[in-house]
Write a protein that binds this ligand. Sequence first.
Ligand SMILES: Nc1ncnc2c1ncn2[C@@H]1O[C@H](COP(=O)(O)OP(=O)(O)OP(=O)(O)O)[C@@H](O)[C@H]1O
Length: 412
Amino acid sequence: MSPDLPTARTTGGSATSGGSAISGEAGISGGPATSGQTGASGGSATSGGSAASGATGISGEAGAPVVPAAAGAVAASGIAAEFIGVTQRFGDFTAVDAIDLRIPEGKLTTLLGPSGCGKTTSLRMLAGYAQPTAGTIRIHGVDSTTLPPEKRGLGMVFQSYALFPHLTVAENVAYGLKLRRMGKAEMKQRVTETLELVGLAHLHASKPKKLSGGQQQRVALARAIAIRPRLLLLDEPLSNLDARLRVQMRTELRRIQAETGLTVVLVTHDQDEALEMSDLMVLMRGGRIMQTGSPREVFARPANRFVADFLGYENFLTDASKTFVTVRPEHLSVGSRSAGAALSLDATVVSTAFRGVDLLVTLDAVDGAGQAVRLLADVRAGDGAGLTPGTRTTVSAGAAHLVPLQDSGKDF
Ligand SMILES: Nc1ncnc2c1ncn2[C@@H]1O[C@H](COP(=O)(O)OP(=O)(O)OP(=O)(O)O)[C@@H](O)[C@H]1O
């Protein structure tokens, strides 16, 4: 089955279709409040209004294009959306600080960073739920900075993905299509196709409460993509799932994105999730973008200490050439000074932690700038005999494993 989403015309473009409220806002796309008590009418509480207007919003009719005419030409540029100097202030506080970002068409982009770094605020501005204090947001080449959510051609899924409890799975998925007054036969086919895509066709007649968390999340996803959005926004959609399901759903989401060619923007604070799922990773801190790149690029060459630390690098120090570098624990050798090592320091073992195959060794040393540094080395357990606390030894690493960082780490 090939739903052909990216090229399909969007049939109404309600930003809310399928998404529950952002950060606890009342309405949904059609979805009830999280508690589920409000049902269909509850869906119109806040953004349900958007959803409804989405039905008549840009296209007015099912099947009519939601995106302005310029979009086709601009889509060819490969940029689905663009932030240009976008700032969001709340009083004196700057939540998003003049960010520039291009969201590639047909790819999965993650906004990654610690709590409060501005991810959700950025997504809300992209969705149209918040107006930037300054800057421009372009969607498919069109200045959409002040465009209401329902006119942006978006699908959304959020952490609280509340489904309508009184509707079946198929009816939940059909909800946004009904709002767009899609014809019955087309709607039935669209719902079947979309449920097949998320692997839930067999549960079409079930009520949400009979489903597992992962299945419910897939229904929410199906509801969002059934309208064939030009941009799918996901705000921590997996964070309510248990660890095992979360990992499964990452793979599922990735498969669905790849099969449909949808442009997806995913907000997460989980670096593993971002590394595994992204085409493009955008690392944020304090309302700014710290680094943008493919997971491999960012992981191999973190730009600064913040990014390196966030991605699990452990050792930060100045080497012999006075460059501030980081090196992963598994790349630090202990004891045997490797010939030609770019980093070589006398060190004292502080403690060791046996982990079966390997041994984590904590050491104190003085780096190339004369600063005391605490280092973590991950060595094979068999090589760690004799590394008792207080042992004087050496640590070393080859040039290939030293990752230079732009900053000195002092502002960290
Ligand atoms: N309406 C608001 N009024 C005042 N401050 C706000 C408002 N919305 C967000 N903020 C603040 O802006 C900053 C960024 O918030 P945002 O929700 O974008 O962060 P986030 O990166 O998504 O974090 P999390 O992962 O915790 O959701 C936070 O410090 C937050 O407290």
